[in-house]
Design a protein around this ligand. Structure first.
Ligand code: FES
Length: 60
């Protein structure tokens, strides 16, 4: 598995990682490569939905 940090964007996870929510429940993944939000503004947590591009950090 590799995790790539995208500048001002998500963490790209490639490989067989298991994603668990705060309660320890498996979050199904539909793609081999997933993007995990790290800006906190996504509408589809824990995955990035591209909102970080529309509303860059520090702007409302
Ligand atoms: S990193 Fe993309 S919406 Fe948060």
């Amino acid at each position: 598995m590799t995790i790539t940090v995208c500048p001002d964007g998500p963490l790209l996870v490639r490989g067989p990682a298991v994603v668990l929510d705060a309660d320890g429940v498996d979050v199904p993944r539909e793609r081999r490569t997933i993007a995990l939000c790290r800006c906190g503004r996504t509408g589809s947590a824990p995955f990035c939905d591209g909102t970080h591009k529309v509303r860059p950090a520090g702007r409302s």
